[in-house]
Ligand binder design. Structure first.
Ligand SMILES: *Cc1c(COP(=O)(O)O)cnc(C)c1O
Length: 230
């Protein structure tokens, strides 16, 4: 079996087991293959294996991949966006995972033709190195977007700290879920806030146990070019 196919099978099995442990349905979890570190060719191979959700974190990477893969993929932008780059990407993506400030929302409002499905990025762990709003300021930020008809806040996104400590990781994911539950209960028309984008190669299993609807998996799924397999 090809290494890529093997990795996908392993991930699929891990996801199913995580869902089973907490009584969730496998259909509730979308796998996004984060292809930021691999070639257009390898990205196409991922797509050919039936994984159609692709994640990129730089405008250049997104454009390069889309040039080679004009159709068949659903595009997720998962990286920090500079406001001046919004016009280059906003009509080319299906989901934005990194809405984290009002200036960015204003630029999207100005440039988007159709409403954009956005996740608001929350810095749950509070690390200086991470972007995102603090949990405490997230609700008022989302409320302030009610007049922005080009933005639909479909959920929240976070990144867990880089640590071996599973309890610390779990606590971060759990806190995002609780915040999501609280915001969803507000039933804001512009912000259903039902989705949770959390979990990467090292922690997607915990994220799914804690309610992730979108996992963003890079290295564990696509490998790295240096391995030399397909
Ligand atoms: C790179 C990246 C990922 C994937 O990371 P892996 O550890 O390779 O799975 C997920 N989310 C974001 C925001 C990223 O930048």
């Amino acid at each position: 079996m090809l290494p890529l196919q093997q990795r996908i099978n392993t991930i699929e099995e891990t996801i199913c087991q995580a869902c089973e442990r907490v009584g969730r349905n496998r259909d509730e979890v979308t796998v996004i293959a984060v292809t930021k570190q691999v070639s257009e060719e390898r990205t196409q191979n991922v797509l050919d294996q039936g994984i159609i959700h692709l994640g990129e974190n730089r405008p250049e990477g997104l454009l390069a991949k889309q040039h080679e893969i004009p159709q068949g993929a659903v595009w997720h932008f998962i990286g920090n966006v500079q406001s001046r780059k919004v016009k280059e990407i906003i009509e080319r993506i299906d989901y934005l995972h990194s809405l984290d400030r009002l200036s960015l929302a204003k630029e999207i409002q100005k440039r988007a033709v159709e409403p954009v499905d956005c996740f608001v990025q929350v810095n749950v762990s509070g690390e200086d190195s991470k972007s995102g709003l603090s949990p405490a300021e997230t609700q008022s930020f989302i409320e302030s977007l009610s007049g922005y008809d080009k933005i639909r806040v479909i959920g929240l996104m976070t990144m867990a700290p880089l640590t071996e400590d599973q309890d610390t990781i779990r606590k971060v994911f759990r806190e995002l879920r609780e915040l999501r539950d609280q915001l969803a209960a507000e039933k804001m028309q512009h912000a259903p806030v039902t989705k949770l984008s959390m979990g990467m190669s090292n922690d997607y299993s915990i994220a799914i146990e804690e309610g992730a609807t979108h996992v963003r998996i890079g290295t564990a799924l696509v490998g790295s070019e240096s391995e030399g397999d397909e």
